[in-house]
Design a protein. Structure first.
Length: 196
């Protein structure tokens, strides 16, 4: 007689082994359905007419998130008021109820508007500046957390806790893969740990 785990009181009378088998089979079925659909299996079997090809405007997206990279205020985010107030002292509340005196630091870079869109670019990128009309520069992001680690997670996944799909996985889902031989996106984890 085959060995069976004793029933566990999960409200359904299922054993752990049965639960894992059913859950795993469900995920395997979802993955198989996706792979078959991607290869056109279901459209061939049903004999339906091919769907009209919708024009894809974007074929690729290169998204570089450089933790500890240069400040946006030295690259694309021109802050004229900050430039004017460079060196002034202000009082900031870094932690609730703990005001601290800080000094405003403006960028030392020179900014100009480029292209038909008039996007700002600093002198850090003289060659990139010629292509500003081809770039999307998002300046409206904000986070719910003042802590850098959780803010980085929220910027990349929309959530400030781990375990949610990143922008790279959503882009792979939306644009598809050009080849199954290479990964659609790559995350290089910092060996020192942390949500870098």
């Amino acid at each position: 007689m085959p060995h069976r785990d004793p029933p566990r009181d999960d409200g359904c009378g299922r054993s752990r082994r049965e639960f894992l088998w059913q859950t795993g089979a469900g995920f395997t079925g979802l993955a198989l359905t996706w792979l078959l659909d991607r290869d056109g299996f279901f459209t061939r079997v049903a004999g339906a007419a091919p769907a009209p090809a919708s024009p894809r405007k974007a074929k690729r997206c290169i998204f570089l998130f450089m933790f500890g990279g240069p400040s946006q205020m030295d690259l694309f985010d021109h802050k004229p008021e900050l430039q004017r107030r460079h060196g002034q002292s202000i009082e900031l509340e870094r932690r609730r109820g703990e005001p601290m005196t800080s000094t405003l630091v403006g960028s030392r870079r020179k900014f100009a508007r480029y292209g038909e869109t008039g996007q700002w670019c600093s002198d850090v990128f003289p060659h990139v500046a010629r292509h500003m009309d081809k770039l999307a520069v998002v300046k409206s992001l904000w986070t719910d957390s003042f802590a850098h680690g959780s803010a980085v997670l929220q910027m990349n996944t929309g959530k400030f806790v781990q375990g949610y799909p990143s922008l790279g996985s959503w882009l792979s889902y939306g644009l598809g893969n050009e080849t199954d031989e290479l990964p659609a996106f790559v995350l290089m984890h910092d060996p020192r740990g942390g949500p870098i």
